[in-house]
Design a protein around this ligand. Structure first.
Ligand code: URA
Length: 205
């Protein structure tokens, strides 16, 4: 890849986007991750879905959204009539950020600098996908897609204009739902999440 003269944008010089993402060392997160996790799904699509970063299981499998949050996403997507297989599913950050604690690896939220570095790849994926709608799940995706870190709970369910001019619908992150302890609060948040996924499916038709 090389920098285009007029603006910083990824240019395919033959290796392909995935190969370059796998070789990425733009920030230190690649040092402790097993591998970069690329997006999955049709490269051109009407609906692109963006999460935060790979979790423990995604880091090991090399595929996005295969762990507990991904399974919750798949279940609610099915209930909402959103076809996961027809969407391009990726993350704002491609490497798993974590700290070791005993034999466990504890997820760490990527910081604004890491999100900014990785936006290089996200923007290349968006340019290739040419989506009608981008669904951003959680605060990290929202920051990468809109430049704003404002709270998702106050922004979800509405379409915003993204940094690349695309329509961006924000929703909660499925791992946020998994963390909610109060059953009633979780049930309400799940209703909201399902409604947002149904809206995304409708808007991307
Ligand atoms: N959470 C994310 O944001 N992305 C994944 O791929 C898995 C969990």
């Amino acid at each position: 890849a090389q920098l285009a003269a007029h603006k910083s944008a990824w240019v395919d010089t033959g290796a392909g986007l995935e190969a370059e993402i796998r070789a990425c060392s733009r920030c230190p997160l690649h040092c402790n991750a097993t591998q970069a996790v690329c997006g999955e799904g049709p490269q051109e699509t009407r609906l692109m879905i963006v999460g935060e970063q790979p979790g423990d299981q995604e880091d090991l499998a090399g595929r996005p959204f295969v762990g507990p949050a991904g399974q919750l996403f798949s279940r609610v997507a099915e209930e909402a009539g959103l076809d996961r297989g027809a969407a391009y599913l990726t993350n704002a950050v491609k490497h798993f950020k974590h700290i070791p604690r005993g034999r466990r690896r504890i997820h760490q939220r990527p910081d604004a600098g890491e999100v900014e570095q990785c936006k290089w790849w996200l923007e290349a994926e968006i340019a290739r996908a040419k989506p009608q709608l981008i669904l951003g799940m959680g605060a990290t995706a929202a920051l990468a897609l809109t430049g704003s870190g404002d709270a998702i709970t106050r922004r979800r369910g509405r379409v915003e204009r993204g940094v690349m001019g695309h329509n961006v619908l924000l929703t909660l992150h499925p791992s946020y739902l998994l963390r909610l302890q109060d059953e009633n609060v979780r049930a309400k948040a799940t209703v909201d999440f399902r409604a947002d996924l149904a809206l995304a499916a409708r808007l991307a038709q």
